[in-house]
Design a binder for this molecule. Structure first.
Ligand SMILES: [Zn+2]
Length: 264
């Protein structure tokens, strides 16, 4: 995908599986997924990619999120991320920036391995509210602290919106997590929004009142999700979530009063 002169490439790490009704639903409407059965397998499971995006902008080689890591359990499998990068001709030492949409395990898997930084020359960037929530809070999960604390020497936290690389802007979109961030890639009048888990499933770009079980603050998450979807609706802006099918971009369109996602 090209946005002006900036290239955005999906980097697949593996696959996640979640019972759809346990992950996303419309409160008080148990069979809300019935209208979106095409998104699910025969057992009502949402199968979705894990990974991140490679953004090449000028002399910067930026990763937006870093997959789930070398895990394999009955719901999540990862392990292909570095091979995916290599397929694009990118070695770990070529990466100049790793920017996180948020710090859930399936976005930071290749940040470090065994306490060692995976991308040795990169500056790692994340919103300060997520670092506080996942790493420095007294009740932070030990697994997250073990994975993320070794980043400290190469870490730059940000607390306000703005550019983090040429043509890439951070935009705070709290709700899913306190520091959830959308990255807006723009060049020559074109824009693409990397939504992270502000939107888990394409279904949420249409449905205004669904809630995700994983959202730390469901009301805030819903508000920011609808704000962004309304902002880009019926514009040329491209959007992609961190777990959209095939990590493929699309646009938000409206038809007959309904809002929906259409892949490009
Ligand atoms: Zn995720």
């Amino acid at each position: 995908m090209k946005v002006g002169s900036i290239e955005i490439l999906p980097v697949v790490d593996g696959t996640g599986r979640e019972l759809a009704t346990g992950m996303l639903n419309r409160p008080g409407v148990p069979d809300a997924w019935a209208c979106h059965a095409e998104q699910l397998d025969a057992d009502g499971v949402l199968v979705f990619p894990l990974g991140g995006f490679l953004v090449r902008s000028g002399d910067r080689t930026v990763l937006v999120d870093a997959g789930a890591g070398a895990i394999a359990n009955d719901r999540y499998t990862g392990g292909r991320f570095l091979d995916g990068l290599r397929g694009y001709g990118v070695a770990p030492e070529d990466v100049t920036d790793v920017v996180f949409t948020h710090l859930h395990f399936d976005h930071v898997g290749w940040a470090t391995r065994g306490g060692r930084i995976v991308f040795p020359r990169a500056t790692y960037r994340v919103h300060e509210a997520d670092w506080a929530h996942f790493v420095t809070a007294p009740d932070a999960l030990p697994g997250a602290v073990r994975k993320l604390a070794p980043l400290a020497p190469q870490l730059e936290l940000f607390g306000s919106d703005g550019p983090i690389a040429p043509g890439i802007d951070a935009r705070h979109a709290p709700g899913h997590t306190p520091g959830s961030t959308v990255y807006v890639v723009s060049d020559r009048g074109e824009r693409a929004l990397l939504l992270g888990d502000v939107v888990h499933s394409v279904v949420e770009l249409g449905e205004r009142d669904w809630e995700a079980w994983f959202d730390v603050d469901p009301a805030a998450a819903s508000r920011v999700r609808n704000e962004i979807a309304d902002e880009v609706a019926d514009t040329p802006d491209l959007v992609v979530g961190a777990h959209f099918p095939e990590l493929a971009f699309g646009r938000v369109i409206t038809a007959g009063g309904d809002r929906m996602f259409r892949a490009v």
